[in-house]
Design a protein around this ligand. Structure first.
Ligand code: SIN
Length: 308
């Protein structure tokens, strides 16, 4: 069974990788991903300076998903620029995730990370967890201006990590931006921002930052993730490859993302829950699904979802 995929001309030995944020902050985390069955190593979204992130508790799993307001804890781009060359020993793509609190932060990081030669850069326009900083991906003009500048600076192919959109007009507007910029791939979706989970017994919120508001992940967001993959596949699938992110817990979930048009998937909540051994389980489960449905490869079933 061929579980490999190719994104922006880069070969991935399997189509499964971590979502930026899940177990990918430290040097130890990144080498663990290297030694695992993950098909790539995606770094935590990096900012100019090391950040400790938001106050704890800031990540809670619950039945059906997770809520987080991590606040971009990361080592700072200089540390990742030093780590990335060593990660190449694992013979799988290294994807540098770039974030920032203002546009200049992204440009600074892109310039520095070029030197480390990651295979791809994923530009994170969708972190919902920085108080006072709205998700850039919901501002189409600001997204376009920033991405045009990044495109002109970045050496590796760039992709964009997008927030979920809930209206076809917004899918269309972002698809036009992405086409004008000429990005190579998109990762959809980041967490569903600013959800609220509470504990009725104690009558409290479950995470501390932002009064308990945080990004939702896991099984509960799968329909939103699939809808975004499908919508972008229909709009730009011929030109821009899609990494499906959101609600992947089983091989069936991966198969559903592929049917909607994803070329690969990222794993978040269940990676936090099960650690890197999850990749081996998911590989076997995906192979089982493809075999059962008569497909020989990931590429064969991509986008094959039928309408009624
Ligand atoms: C965080 O660090 O708060 C999560 C990052 C993200 O959602 O992009």
């Amino acid at each position: 069974m061929d579980l490999s995929t190719t994104i922006a001309g880069v070969h991935f030995p399997t189509c499964l990788m971590n979502a930026s944020g899940a177990r990918c902050v430290t040097e130890h985390d990144l080498h663990k991903l290297g030694n695992s069955h993950a098909g790539a190593i995606v770094t935590k979204s990096m900012t100019p300076h090391e950040r400790s992130g938001n106050p704890e508790p800031r990540y809670v799993s619950f039945d059906g998903g997770s809520i987080n307001s991590m606040g971009l804890p990361n080592l700072g781009y200089q540390a990742y620029a030093q780590l990335i060359p060593d990660l190449r020993q694992y013979k799988k793509p290294v994807v540098a995730s770039i974030a920032g609190l203002k546009p200049a932060d992204f440009l600074e990081a892109v310039k520095a990370i070029n030197v480390a030669k990651p295979d791809l850069m994923e530009i994170n326009l969708s972190c919902p967890n920085i108080p006072g900083k709205p998700q850039i991906g919901y501002d189409f003009q600001a997204s376009e201006e920033l991405l045009m500048k990044i495109r002109d600076l970045a050496v590796p192919p760039i992709g964009v990590k997008l927030p979920p959109y809930f209206d076809p007009v917004h899918h269309e507007a972002m698809a036009e931006v992405l086409t004008r910029v000429g990005v190579s791939f998109i990762s959809v979706i980041n967490s569903v921002g600013n959800g609220l989970v509470l504990d009725a017994e104690t009558e409290t919120v479950v995470i501390k930052p932002k009064g308990g508001f945080g990004g939702l992940g896991g099984r509960i967001i799968k329909p939103v993730a699939l809808a975004n993959v499908r919508a972008f596949w229909k709009l730009v699938g011929e030109k821009i490859q899609i990494i499906g992110t959101g609600g992947v817990e089983t091989g069936q979930d991966i198969f559903e993302h592929l049917l909607c048009g994803a070329s690969a998937v990222q794993i978040g909540t269940v990676l936090v829950d099960e650690d890197v051994k999850v990749f081996e389980r998911l590989k076997h489960e995906l192979a089982g699904w493809l075999r059962k449905k008569g497909y020989d490869s990931v590429a064969e079933c991509r986008g094959k979802l039928k309408a009624l």
